[in-house]
Design a protein around this ligand. Structure first.
Ligand code: NI
Ligand code: MN
Length: 226
């Protein structure tokens, strides 16, 4: 499983020869818009955690360009289906066996509405089990006890957690989340994109290190291999 970071919560996952794009937000992202052309991105599936613009802005364009299937909660799926895009609706607690692995849509504590005010259902995250590697993409969320449920069912190899604070968990809560998830390998996302979520990288890494955990912060277009 190969995971590439494109800023904010935008991730490209290659697993079982499928391309999965998560929360595509590039054209409006000052950190990635000059470095990445969204029309160059491959996608068989586009996973959307919630409807906020910094997670879905380029989803329609990329879905139409690639023919990718949008996977999200029911309301978000119906929003894109009405635009002629193929969708796979899910909802919280539900699991589906896709051709690249097993996906569960799990709880997040946040909000979810499209920029035009359309209701975007309840926000979520994804647990993906594929190629003998298991990952958790938290999406935008507060620290929540529900994260303990994930560790009860899935041995995680990587947790992808928001760490930028203000709109989501900050670093201190993300360290506790990693404990709840029983996962020592963390990819930090949702930081530095806007003024409200700028973080001190060294301090963030040190806090995870002091808790016996490894926080990775990737440059735009940088990848890790699991
Ligand atoms: Ni959000
Ligand atoms: Mn966000």
């Amino acid at each position: 499983m190969k995971i590439t970071f494109f800023g904010q919560n935008t991730l490209a996952i290659e697993v079982s020869e499928k391309h999965i794009l998560v929360d595509p937000f590039i054209t409006g992202n000052p950190l990635s818009k000059d470095k990445v052309n969204p029309l160059d991105l491959k996608a068989d599936y586009i996973l959307l955690t919630h409807a906020h613009f910094d997670h879905v802005q380029d989803a329609e364009m990329i879905a139409k360009n690639t023919g990718a299937v949008i996977v999200s909660n029911y309301e978000i799926a119906m929003y894109y289906q009405a635009k002629g895009i193929t969708v796979h609706p899910m909802n919280h607690g539900g699991t589906w066996q896709f051709d690249f692995g097993k996906v569960k849509y799990v709880n997040a504590v946040h909000t979810s509405s499209f920029e035009d005010g359309t209701y975007g259902g309840q926000p979520g995250g994804f647990v993906i089990e594929g190629e003998h590697k298991n990952i958790y993409i938290a999406g935008d969320t507060a620290l929540t006890m529900d994260m303990k449920l994930i560790a009860m069912q899935t041995k995680l190899d990587l947790a992808i957690l928001p760490i930028g604070d203000n709109f989501t968990m900050g670093i201190d809560d993300a360290v506790i989340a990693a404990d709840f998830l029983q996962c020592d390998k963390i990819l930090g996302v949702h930081y530095d994109t806007f003024g409200f979520i700028e973080i001190n990288h060294d301090e963030a890494k040190r806090k995870f290190f002091d808790a016996g955990k490894d926080l990775m912060l990737l440059e735009v277009s940088e990848s890790i291999e699991l």
